[in-house]
Design a protein around this ligand. Structure first.
Ligand code: NAD
Ligand code: WQD
Length: 331
């Protein structure tokens, strides 16, 4: 199939491009590089041995997106493009709603004009808000607690209305939990600019000596060791999840929602230990107060994706940490 990946030069998009391309799909990337580097394209070429077509542009540009859909005879779209920093979304809510919500509406319009029926959307576990029970299944109530999360929730609601308006469409929202890790070659991975907000990029910079120690935000949660628990999923498992979803869309129509996680929670201290084991380095930690907006624990129930998509995350914490270390060597 011919697949358009919006935001395809980003962290999850680039890894998914590899999985799809290796499975024989023709992949086209659209990215405005507001949060990615053009060097990713050379790295994708080194991994795949071929150049992936990439259009530099904005998903909010309906004319451009329509042209890409038609010129490349696109069969399905995976929509990664968007802004994703929770903290920044409080400072710049208009940018978040414009980029994420308006971007999706524009994409839907271009798809309708071009008669393209299949869309896979990057949603997030953040839309569940404070967990009412664990593990979180797809029927868990949604209640986003930050503008970023609300933008994802608005998009899911829009997608439901659009899917209901045309039974021939197939729209799948994938709610990612905590994507981490890098491609096994170490050529692509997560490369946040500045001081990282997220745990694994932060730990890896401490290991490199770029940051002195990890601030652990809270050790008094109601979790086994008191630190926050999350469902860390290897980004290549996530990429394989998109491939499985694409196969699913070939046999199905309608609106579908899946959690993509491992189904298992790990604490901050467990992640530190896993990284220390993999790297042979000590990660100094400093216990700090809880971070505003954090929940104690969040992990997925993944039976629905396992069953319907015939997909399961298989890579363990050791694989996650060694892939990050390998990516560091190539950065
Ligand atoms: P990322 O920032 O690495 O990738 C997003 C890409 O989209 C970037 O390359 C960026 O330049 C591009 N982009 C942004 N706005 C654009 C626009 N208007 N037009 C064209 N390109 C644009 O982020 P990621 O981690 O790869 O996340 C991909 C998607 O998954 C996002 O929608 C994000 O909200 C969602 N998600 C990510 C996580 C996570 O922890 N990484 C978790 C849940 C959901
Ligand atoms: C994980 C754990 C922290 C950094 C975020 C977004 C979410 C989703 C994924 C997009 C928590 C602790 C962290 C540090 C720490 N993204 N921590 N010291 O908050 O679960 O999810 O990324 O959709 O929307 O909110 O991930 O990696 O920031 O934190 O102790 O320096 O690590 O308190 O328990 P989070 P995270």
């Amino acid at each position: 199939m011919n697949i358009l990946l919006t935001g395809g030069a980003g962290y999850i998009g680039s890894h998914t491009a590899v999985a799809l391309s290796e499975a024989g799909h023709e992949v086209v990337l659209l990215d405005n590089f507001c949060n990615s580097q053009k060097s990713v394209l050379d790295r994708l070429e080194r991994i795949l041995g071929e150049v992936l077509p990439c259009v530099e542009g904005d998903v909010r540009d309906t004319v451009l997106v329509t042209r890409i859909l038609q010129d490349y005879k696109i069969d399905a779209v995976i929509h990664f493009a968007g802004l994703k920093a929770v903290g920044e979304s409080f400072q710049k809510p208009i940018d978040y709603f414009d980029n994420n919500v308006s971007g999706t509406v524009n994409l839907l319009r271009a798809m309708r004009v071009s008669n393209i029926k299949t869309l896979i959307f990057s949603s997030s576990a953040t839309i569940y808000g404070v967990p009412q029970y664990l593990p979180i299944d797809e029927r868990h109530p949604t209640k986003a607690i930050n503008p970023y999360g609300r933008s994802k929730l608005h998009i899911e609601e829009i997608l439901a209305d659009v899917a209901a308006s045309d039974p021939s469409l197939c729209i799948v929202s994938l709610r990612y939990f905590n994507p981490v890790g890098a491609h096994e070659t170490g050529l692509i991975g997560e490369d946040p600019g500045g001081t990282p907000n997220n745990l694994m990029p932060y730990i890896s910079q401490v290991a490199l000596g770029k940051l002195l120690c990890l601030n652990v935000y809270g050790n008094d949660y109601d979790t086994p060791d008191g630190t926050g628990v999350r469902d860390y999923i290897h980004v290549m498992d996530l990429a394989d999840g998109h491939l499985a979803t694409l196969n699913f869309t070939e046999r199905n129509s309608g609106l579908h929602t899946y959690n993509l996680g491992t189904g298992k929670g790990n604490s901050v201290l467990e992640m530190v230990k896993a990284f220390e084991d993999a790297s042979g380095k000590t990660i100094p930690i400093n216990i700090k107060a809880r971070r505003a907006g954090d929940v104690a624990a969040c992990y997925a129930r993944v039976d629905k994706a396992n069953f319907d998509l015939n997909w399961k995350a298989t890579r363990n914490l050791q694989k996650i940490c060694t892939s990050i270390l390998n990516f560091q060597k190539h950065s």
